[in-house]
Design a protein around this ligand. Structure first.
Ligand code: TNX
Length: 515
């Protein structure tokens, strides 16, 4: 609990009827600090205006996105106007916020006649509007008109993230998901203040992004997926469209090309990438660890450089993910040789390399980011990397893998890392998870969604919700707010929102869903 003053809100023990229903703290991720004020409440009406910082196009764009959510359900006009005047309305203002809000946080004040969100950046305003959405009744998420009343509980919030990196990963390689499916997921994760979308763009079963000079990667390597379906890939412009869509929601795309293993789709597309010069057939099964780029061929590094140059050119974010996991078909010494040659190529194009945590074996320079996907709390190589100055990204498979089944009867998903009910996903502390890795070495958390068994948005949603919000809260909220009883009550209210959004969530029997 964020008890910094005597009046700070109690998250875990709602005492009044209003709190038991909806209060200023009925939000995921839990706000850092909140001071509910039962004497204040704001009611949206026909005359409500959304005022945005004058002269800021980004603030105006955030205001428009808020209006786009609120208009269909309320039926109100909700004009978005520069904040030259004040009036009954919602103001999104840059500057003048509590210093603690930093680059992504915000403060929110809800009074009888106005709501004011202040932040230092448009990203902070966006985060504030996601909180505001959740403070309105669940029906506000509907695409059809509802009655209201549209009341926002009164009080003040000062909110900011615990970790810089709060990610979701989507595997578009095992099964391909089209632009609209990925946008749908972006909209869903943005509500929980996720700020990174890691796209797993290649694997044995498919290559999903156009690369100039290597057309067979997509025409051949992109033509299949697990189970033998048609696969697919993103053109350059489709990928840019996803990057822009995510950016408008303050989410940075991290593209991953997995190498030197998980490369059958590339090896099948270009015979010269194989040590024996023979292209293997395309693969539609679910085994891992059988493919490798040819470490001692020069063409391998021309290929890798062409791929990284293109990804770097298309990606505004600072990281390119180069995979590096499960390289059972690459000799350990070759793995090190490969990574020592490839990580400088990433730097050459102005980016930092991220990799699955096996990359920590390579004694790489501290800019390389290992992503920990192990299932216990001990990893000497990751500890050594952090001692050399690397940060680490946490995706422990038995906690954060959204593709694991919830229980034995879950129709989708895998079980190799265990069964993950929502309390398990919520029940760990990223700041002290790996033994001898201090919180200051943790860049953040990421929830991977591997798609061996997932074919469409319904499947994605069923596995991500309700666990993704649990991981999002671990990434954003201060540990002092961590409390299962509080989280599970707030999660129950999210279920109502998902019903109105048409999200196909898993009705975990551990949660007292309110709808
Ligand atoms: C392990 S986690 C993998 C993926 C699989 C996943 C399935 C990791 C870095 N590699 O190739 O899709 O398990 O849960």
């Amino acid at each position: 609990m964020a008890v910094t003053t005597a009046t700070a809100a109690t998250f875990s023990a709602p005492t009044t009827a209003a709190q038991a229903g909806k209060s200023l703290t009925s939000v995921i991720p839990a706000p850092a600090e909140a001071w509910p004020d039962a004497r204040q409440a704001f009611r949206l009406n026909w005359g409500t205006v959304i005022f945005t910082e004058a002269g800021s196009r980004e603030a105006m764009a955030v205001g428009r996105q808020l209006a786009d959510v609120l208009r269909p359900s309320t039926g109100y006009p909700l004009p978005v106007l520069p904040a030259l005047a004040r009036g009954h309305g919602i103001s999104l203002l840059l500057g003048g916020a509590d210093a603690r809000v930093g680059q992504e946080g915000y403060q929110l004040a809800v009074e009888r006649d106005q709501i004011v969100i202040r932040a230092n950046t448009p990203a902070g305003l966006y985060a504030g509007t996601q909180t505001l959405r959740q403070l309105l009744p669940a029906q506000v998420e509907s695409k059809t008109r509802h009655q209201g009343p549209w009341v926002v509980p009164g009080g003040r919030i000062v909110d900011y993230p615990r970790f810089a990196h709060r990610g979701a990963m989507l595997d578009v390689a095992r099964h391909f998901f089209g632009v609209d499916e990925v946008k749908r997921y972006i909209d869903q994760i943005a509500q929980y203040k996720i700020n990174r979308l890691h796209l797993h763009l290649s694997d044995d079963q498919g290559w999903r992004i156009e690369i100039p000079g290597w057309p067979r990667l997509t025409s051949h390597g992109g033509s299949t997926e697990v189970g033998g379906g048609p696969g697919g890939f993103y053109t350059r412009s489709q990928y840019l469209e996803l990057v822009a869509y995510a950016k408008a929601r303050y989410i940075t795309v991290i593209p991953e090309i997995d190498m030197p293993g998980h490369t059958n789709a590339a090896l099948a597309s270009y015979a010269e990438l194989n040590c024996n010069g023979i292209a293997p057939p395309l693969y539609t099964g679910t085994s891992v660890g059988f493919s490798s780029l040819c470490i001692d061929k020069e063409i391998t590094y021309k290929f890798v450089e062409d791929v990284i140059r293109e990804l770097a050119a298309l990606t505004p974010g600072e990281y390119i993910h180069i995979g590096g996991d499960e390289t059972h078909a690459t000799k350990p010494a070759d793995y090190v040789k490969f990574m020592q040659r490839v990580t400088p190529i990433v730097a050459k194009y102005g980016k930092k390399a991220a990799g699955w945590h096996e990359i920590a074996k390579t004694q790489s320079d501290p800019s390389v980011l290992p992503q920990y996907w192990g299932t216990d709390d001990v990893d000497e190589e990751v500890v050594a990397a952090t001692q050399r100055g690397s940060k680490v990204l946490l995706s422990p498979a038995h906690k954060s893998y959204l593709d694991m089944k919830y229980d034995r009867s879950t129709p989708l998903g895998l079980t190799w890392a265990g069964l993950i009910e929502v309390d398990t996903a919520y029940g760990w502390n990223p700041g002290s998870f790996i033994r001898n890795v201090p919180e200051s070495s943790v860049l953040g958390v990421e929830a991977p969604l591997w798609s061996e068994t997932l074919e469409n948005s319904d499947h994605i949603e069923f596995m991500a919700f309700p666990r993704l919000p649990a991981i999002a809260e671990l990434g954003w909220s201060p540990w002092s707010t961590h409390d299962w009883a509080s989280f599970s009550r707030r999660l129950a209210l999210q279920g109502d929102r998902w019903v109105h959004q048409g999200v196909n969530f898993y009705r975990s029997p551990t949660i007292a869903w309110t709808s």
